[in-house]
Design a binder for this molecule. Structure first.
Ligand code: ATP
Length: 320
């Protein structure tokens, strides 16, 4: 393999730029040419390529989002779309591809590998729900954004003796809610994976108030339902002054934390190495016990990484 492509696909995540930069520079250091593909698989089908030299990825390590932009492509789900993508890659001389994204993007990477274009996945999604890696790029930054909000809200909650409900991202996965709730000292954390009846939420809330707590913070992962609905029910069941905040898309943006920028740098570089040194595709890069690992994509697709019981239990114990 002498020339590789890099694309970002699916939802954006802080650290994607750092991963692109690392793949480009590691690729160049191994003697390869590197081409950036704009707008994910949609751009691959359309042949939207940009040559990426060493300095073309300068000054992006700290930027959120993805300078290559990202997209979702329904056309790429069809055999025609995939054949077109392959043809465009061949035309441009691309012999290997680094795909930075989530589960859906990895399915596309596997498909391309099967069709003869070796592709390697780099897990980047704030949800941290990809099986086979301890962390995904963007998760730590998103959790820190939530934590920042929690700490600010705490000030007001304490001053005014209010209950706050904070809705965070996580349609199917409670990783962000759990990590932010645990680190932020929330009273209750509502996770899609562990439904908690409202009676239980209210019991805990009242218990806290009775022992003299001046504020209560409840974290709701969006997959559980609307934070506004949870707030309404609490107000109805307790009469407490309850405010709701939905954090929304600010969780997806911002400069990557040190941890995410490091992780992205290591993963992006490793992806280039796997393609260029080993000549292999159909793999993805993970981190396990601080070490970079590679696994076949087939092994991780469609499998969700479960939230650890140990952390859920700890959050409950500490919230007494
Ligand atoms: P996130 O979880 O952050 O949203 P993702 O990578 O899972 O990221 P998707 O929208 O699921 O995001 O996938 C991105 C793109 O990958 C899709 O628009 C599509 O082009 C491609 N893709 C998804 N599933 C498949 C599949 N089964 N086969 C081939 N390509 C796929």
């Amino acid at each position: 393999i002498r020339k590789i492509g890099v694309l970002t696909s699916g939802g954006d995540a802080p650290g994607m730029n750092a991963a692109v930069r690392a793949a480009v520079r590691r690729g160049i250091s191994l003697g390869a040419e590197v081409v950036g593909v704009r707008r994910g698989y949609a751009g691959l089908i359309a042949g939207e390529f940009v040559d990426l030299g060493v300095s073309s990825v300068g000054d992006i390590i700290h930027r959120g989002g993805t300078f290559l932009q990202t997209a979702r492509s329904d056309h790429f789900l069809t055999p025609e779309g995939q054949a077109q993508a392959l043809a465009k890659a061949r035309e441009a001389g691309i012999e290997g591809l680094v795909v930075i994204g989530g589960d859906g993007s990895f399915r596309g990477a596997l498909r391309l590998t099967e069709l003869g274009l070796p592709a390697v996945g780099v897990p980047a999604t704030i949800d941290n729900d990809i099986y086979g890696t301890d962390l995904t790029i963007g998760f730590d930054t998103a959790v820190n954004t939530c934590l920042d909000a929690i700490r600010k809200i705490r000030d007001t909650a304490t001053s005014h003796e209010r209950t706050f409900v904070l809705e965070v991202m996580g349609r199917h996965s409670g990783w962000i809610a759990l990590a932010a709730g645990l680190a932020g000292g929330a009273e209750s954390i509502l996770l899609p994976e562990r439904p908690m009846p409202m009676e239980e939420v209210v019991t805990r809330l009242k218990r806290g108030v009775e022992r003299g707590k001046r504020h209560t913070l409840i974290i709701v992962a969006e997959g559980v339902g609307s934070g506004f609905e949870v707030g309404r029910q609490i107000r109805e069941m307790t009469g407490y002054d309850t405010r709701v905040m939905v954090l929304g898309h600010i969780q997806r943006g911002g400069s990557p934390t040190a941890l995410d920028a490091m992780l992205a740098s290591r993963m992006g570089a490793k992806a280039a190495e796997v393609l260029l040194e080993e000549g292999r595709g159909g793999l993805f890069i993970g981190v396990e016990n601080e070490q970079m690992v590679t696994r076949p994509l087939e092994q991780v697709l469609g499998r969700r990484k479960e939230i650890p019981d140990e952390l859920v239990d700890l959050a409950e114990i500490l919230a007494i």
